[in-house]
Ligand binder design. Structure first.
Ligand code: TYM
Length: 328
């Protein structure tokens, strides 16, 4: 089994990225061949300072390692270092259509405040490159948070369309979202997703522990006093319950039962304790990894390994569509 996923180095990673994706990656490295990358080409789809992009990319690599990903078991690499991604993108863009791309929620959300004249083509064509990322590794499983599942559905449409025309060339991928925590919401507005660009309602993986506690203690809650999972009537409490359950690896019923009779203040303190218990040692490992100075070497070695797999698939794709290669 092949597993592939990636994170885009556009901003500071959040607890949403951690619970929805990053934390789950390590559970796959013993289940099959695992490829986890830094989606740095995707980060260029919105304006970003080159220095910030470089430092975010290194941070994500260090976060991967700090989360328990082992480069011996799982290939870690930079997307831009494996040129097959850009080449496959150039071919596959012909098999996804304008109408489909314009219906993508992420595109609509990111572009709705921008003028048409300022929306880069890369932002619109984003799912093509993402499909290339997935298909180059013949990935069966793509672990992601809920917001990315629409792009994976589109990748599946592409596979059907391409294979119908050329035979069984591409492998059908499937999104895998965690049971608890597939969509962590903002602490300041629990009806909105926690995202890298939301300043107030986010917990960042690099926040110090006092800030983490303060943010959780001032999270928006709901009227009433019961600790209950009820997204419609109690979105704030439900979000905190999800965060707790995900970090403790328990289901929501067990979390609810645990907090029966708790007051909101004590409940929030327990959630803050759970987040601190996870993030404090994680940050320590992250610091050690950054200090070791080995991150770039790991990424370069990973890109070499990834290129072998990606180039073989690219060759298959080129041959299928009729591009001549050295054997013709
Ligand atoms: P990105 O960088 O926006 O997010 C990285 C991962 O974090 C998940 N996530 C969340 N999960 C739960 N709650 C949240 N609030 C939350 N916010 C983000 C995302 O679902 C994602 O799994 N397009 C991708 C990167 C990418 C990719 C790929 C992923 C590029 N190519 C190929 C998988 C396969 C992205 O922008 O994720």
């Amino acid at each position: 089994m092949r597993i592939l996923s990636g994170i885009k180095p556009t901003g500071q990673l959040t607890l949403g990225n951690y619970i929805g994706a990053l934390r789950n990656f390590k559970t796959f490295q013993d289940k099959g061949e695992c490829f986890i990358f830094i989606a740095d080409l995707h980060a260029l789809t919105l304006p970003i300072d080159p220095k910030v992009l470089r430092s975010n990319s290194l941070d994500i690599a260090a976060f991967y390692l700090a989360s328990g990903l082992d480069p011996k078991k799982c290939t870690l690499f930079l997307q831009s270092e494996v040129s097959a991604h850009a080449e496959a993108n150039a071919i596959l863009q012909n098999y996804l259509y304008m109408g489909e791309l314009s219906r993508m929620t992420q595109f609509k959300e990111k572009s709705h405040t921008m003028k048409d004249s300022a929306i880069g083509l890369g932002l619109f064509a984003y799912p093509v490159l993402m499909s290339a990322d997935i298909l180059l590794y013949d990935a069966n499983i793509v672990p992601v948070g809920e917001d990315q599942t629409q792009h994976i559905e589109l990748t599946r449409d592409l596979v059907n369309r391409f294979n119908k025309r050329y035979g069984k060339v591409l492998i059908m991928p499937k999104a895998e979202v965690g049971k608890v925590g597939k969509r962590i919401m903002s602490l300041s507005d629990p009806t909105k997703k926690m995202s890298k660009s939301d300043v107030k309602g986010d917990i960042y993986l690099k926040d110090d522990m006092a800030t983490v506690r303060k943010k959780i203690m001032s999270a928006v809650t709901d009227s009433g006093s019961e600790i209950k999972y009820d997204v419609e009537h109690k979105p704030g409490i439900s979000n905190l319950l999800v965060i707790y359950a995900a970090l403790k690896d328990i289901d929501l019923q067990a979390a609810e039962a645990h907090f029966k009779g708790y007051r909101y203040g004590d409940f929030k303190k327990a959630v803050a304790d759970a987040v601190v218990a996870e993030l404090e040692p994680f940050q320590k490992r992250y610091q050690e990894i950054i200090r070791s100075g080995k991150v770039l070497d790991i990424l370069h070695a990973g890109a070499k390994k990834a290129s072998v797999v990606a180039n073989a698939t690219l060759k298959r794709i080129k041959h299928a569509v009729g591009l001549l290669d050295e054997n013709q």
